[in-house]
Design a protein around this ligand. Structure first.
Ligand SMILES: NC(=O)N[C@@H](O)C(=O)O
Ligand code: NI
Length: 165
């Protein structure tokens, strides 16, 4: 039986079980620097890469949209580190996540993120790989390099689909 999931709007609160939302938010800590010409929105996401002699990687992912409606055919997690995606263009994108621990298919959530919102998956958060939505999109990605197997992947049957956007 096919289940259509309608993406929910990405908010810091809704995403809290999975990680951080990286965006300008005047409710978060911010202060003026650089002679008053810059406002610093401070410490927005927990970068966690040090386990097992890890180091920070800064990457760019150039992602091509999958055909819609998208079937969720995989989920993965990085047990040793966080992984952040910050869009470099003006396109919205999709975020598919499930809580840490044993993968619970019933707990899969789908968010639509706007181009001014980044996400940072905490270590162990299940997620689908990077999902551009309408056109090829670049993302700045901050994650971990180093020893150890840092990617558990589960193949799914694709019965959960994301309602076309
Ligand atoms: N494989 C890889 O580096 N990317 C995935 O982890 C992803 O979440 O897109
Ligand atoms: Ni990943």
């Amino acid at each position: 039986m096919i289940e259509k999931i309608v993406p929910e709007i990405l908010t810091r609160e809704a995403f809290a079980p999975f990680g951080d939302v990286i965006e300008v938010d005047d409710n978060r800590q911010h202060f003026t620097i650089n002679d008053g010409f810059t406002e610093r929105y401070h410490d927005l996401a927990k970068v966690d890469v040090e386990k097992n002699n890890g180091r920070t990687l800064i990457n760019i992912f150039r992602s091509t949209p999958l055909a819609q409606p998208i079937a969720i055919k995989m989920m993965e997690r990085h047990p040793l580190s966080s992984q952040a995606f910050i869009p470099l263009g003006n396109e919205p994108y999709l975020v598919v996540v499930a809580p840490k621990g044993e993968l619970d298919l019933a707990a899969i959530e789908v968010f639509i993120a706007q181009s001014n919102q980044g996400v940072n998956y905490h270590a162990g958060t299940w997620h689908h790989y990077c999902l551009a939505l309408h056109q090829r999109s670049d993302f700045l990605v901050v994650d971990r390099g180093g020893e150890g197997d840092n990617c558990d992947v589960v193949e799914l049957d694709g019965n959960k689909m994301i309602a076309a956007q």
